[in-house]
Design a binder for this molecule. Sequence first.
Ligand code: GUN
Length: 294
Amino acid sequence: MQILTGKEVAEKVYESLQSDCNVFVEKYGFPPTLAVILVGSDPASQSYVQGKKQACLSLGFGHRDYHLPSDTSQEALLELIHTLNEDSSVHGILVQMPLPAHLDADLVIQTIRVEKDVDGFHPQNVGNLLIGKPGFVSCTPLGVLQILDYYSISCSSKHVVILGRSNIVGKPMASLLMQKGRDATVTICHSKTEKLQQITKQADILIAAIGRPLYVTEAMVKEGCVVIDVGINRIEDASRKRGYRLVGDVDFEHVAPHCKAITPVPGGVGVMTIAMLMKNTMQAALQLAQKETQ
Ligand code: GUN
């Protein structure tokens, strides 16, 4: 059984980004820059936003931090996005989700300029992905592909079963894997799927992205399958100083012995998401800078 270490893959991505960033700064005289907007103070969101800032700082990317109060109005948030859309020193814009309930997340996402939508959430980017055209793609599914590629795990003609149909992970993951060139046969399962275990047992590659701690048990996997665990769940743990520990959607301890390969949590897919965000930001900066100098 092989452990698919996201950390190792992310390090390679960062190495390559570091050199791309140096070349970019040399050429244009300013760094690729990411603006991150956080509304409210959800602890998990705060920690994700902090991780994105750290990644920017360590690579030498520019970073703009906008921490807005939870009662921020829709108008004020859209106004900030419009300002960042027009700011040529900002190349990527990310609004941390979920937003407080009074804000219209769809409208917020649609307001971000498509060329700066490094999250790949804008309907135009989502549509381009579906029809196999260039555009920004959601970072977590990109991270999963990067792991599969790094460990030379081919999806071609394999049955990939995805647990979860979210716009951020399940749907873009399925779109990527079914593209010509990837050539997977994809099944998406969700909360209303019947005979779930019968389906997951057919998976050559099982991707769990449902946000339910330790949901995937050994009874749900085929002997020798590859398991990719996208879940990052906090569960109470009094023995830890911070009072919780992170577990995936997969019961790693009992599932791993039956797998050909599996990602751990933490240290698996989670660390890839930010690495791919930095990659998307690099790409946005290159495209926008080239456009400006034309
Ligand atoms: N919340 C959870 N994951 C994500 C992500 O990838 N991007 C944003 N903007 N918010 C998130």
